[in-house]
Design a protein around this ligand. Structure first.
Ligand code: AMP
Ligand code: MG
Length: 425
């Protein structure tokens, strides 16, 4: 008879990396859609974007001042200003009406196009303007400094030239990107669409938040935390609701999820008597049930649900315990969603920190301990949030990182260096 040696039979367990690789293999980048630029923050461009315009569109003034021919003012000094005849005032948004003949100047505002033959702008502070009552009534102005050609002139096309490739494909749209698109006059941009992710909880014990508490029941927290996690990634959560531990209920709920890019369910994937979710899912598609060599979140389901006409929807079945479901979301759903969104960087930032207490690993899985990371003068420290049971969801609220105790190590102790996955955005 085979004896089970506590904690050391892992042939049937998948490593986190193997599980993640198998999952990611099933996902590709989604197609592109047209978005209003202000709705496109965080999305990824599908194609290279070229400019149809020059920015700036015309040579224009960088200062409020006087547009001059630099040769006219080459001998100007504070004591002996060069006097020039004022032709007009050019506000931003207007075109100059008069070219600069030698000995003339035009008042010009920041952003206004420069007149013909102008090659420098002298700021008001370097002129005699202040010394006269009302500048609008002046017919002449004294320029007190010389200027090299090009001074205070913003050259047409200096930022962007017509035809320039402004964004490459695969660019993650930031607020600055949105601004540049707007500056080129674009109201819309083609970007990879947001995945629709259906979210389903299972269990007879679950109540919807807002319902009256009932003895023996608990509120469904997984749906909410997974909806929020999906939303945080910029994808579209579709709440399906709670399926009871009955075949018909699970079948009905899964039907509602079929029009999505991914279905995330929670609970019903371990070995409990009422976990017939497994059976119903298998009946609808090609599901595998895995033990992943990690703590929390060992049980995991993955596969596809048939949608008819040869297409299918991938499903990731997370464990029921609230911490497990979030940690598994982190490891498996997050990268899958980011991959669909075309993001090349799917991984969180990791840091090295000095552990302040202990992480115990009693059955050779990879432990993800909830920790509070602080930055000190000597680098980062990490301290566990206290009890690490997979039902203590507040531990996840206090934590800003997941510290790893590797499979092959029995513990991490005070003073040890740990790798921490940072959970802050
Ligand atoms: P199960 O995988 O169905 O055995 O569930 C494991 C544990 O997670 C049980 O204690 C469940 O009550 C709990 N659980 C399952 N689903 C949820 C949920 N949606 N929200 C909060 N706790 C849950
Ligand atoms: Mg259950």
């Amino acid at each position: 008879m085979a004896t089970h040696h506590h904690g050391h039979h892992h042939e049937d367990m998948l490593s986190v990396e193997d599980a993640r690789d198998r999952i990611l293999n099933q996902f590709g980048v989604l197609d592109a859609q047209n978005f209003r630029i202000t709705d496109a923050l965080g999305l990824v461009t599908m194609d290279q974007i070229r400019s149809g315009v020059n920015i700036p569109p015309l040579d224009n003034s960088a200062m409020d001042g006087y547009a001059v021919r630099s040769t006219d003012v080459s001998r100007a000094t504070y004591q002996h200003p060069v006097m020039l005849e004022i032709l007009e005032t050019i506000p931003a948004g207007s075109l100059p009406r008069k070219e600069l003949k030698p000995g003339t100047t035009s008042r010009i505002m920041t952003g206004a196009p420069i007149p013909e033959h102008c090659d420098a702008v002298i700021p008001f502070e370097e002129t005699t303007e202040k010394e006269f009552a009302k500048s609008g009534q002046l017919s002449e102005i004294g320029i007190r400094i010389p200027a090299l050609p090009g001074t205070n002139i913003r050259v047409k096309g200096k930022d962007i030239k017509t035809g320039d490739s402004v964004l490459l494909e695969g660019h993650v749209i930031t607020p600055a990107t949105v601004g540049v698109l707007a500056s080129m006059g674009m109201s819309h941009v083609r970007a990879i669409r947001k995945p629709v992710v259906s979210i389903l909880s299972t269990g007879n014990e679950l109540l919807t938040p807002g319902e009256k508490p009932a003895e023996g029941k608990i509120f469904d927290s997984n749906s909410s935390s997974i909806i929020a996690s999906v939303f945080q990634l910029g994808a579209i959560p579709k709440y399906i609701g709670i399926a009871r531990d009955e075949m018909e209920s699970v079948r009905g709920k899964l039907k509602e999820a079929m029009d999505s890019d991914l279905v995330i369910s929670s609970a019903g994937v371990s070995k409990g008597d009422y976990d017939m979710v497994k059976d119903v899912m298998s009946e609808h598609g090609d599901l595998q049930f895995w033990s992943v060599r990690m703590r929390p979140a060992k049980p995991l389901a993955f596969g596809t649900l048939n949608r008819g006409s040869d297409t299918s929807v991938p499903l990731i079945g997370l464990p029921g315990n609230p911490v497990s479901s979030l940690v598994a979301f982190e490891q498996f759903c997050r990268p899958a969603i980011l991959k669909m969104m075309g993001k090349s960087n799917m991984h969180r930032r990791t840091i090295q920190a000095v552990l302040k207490d202990s992480i115990v690993n009693y059955d050779a899985r990879r432990v993800y301990a909830r920790v509070i990371v602080e930055q000190t003068e000597d680098g980062y420290t990490a301290k566990t949030t206290g009890p690490q049971d997979s039902n203590i969801l507040t531990s996840m609220v206090r934590a800003n990182g997941l510290a790893i105790c590797p499979e092959e190590e029995e513990s991490k102790n005070p003073g040890d260096i740990v790798t921490v996955i940072m959970l802050d955005e």
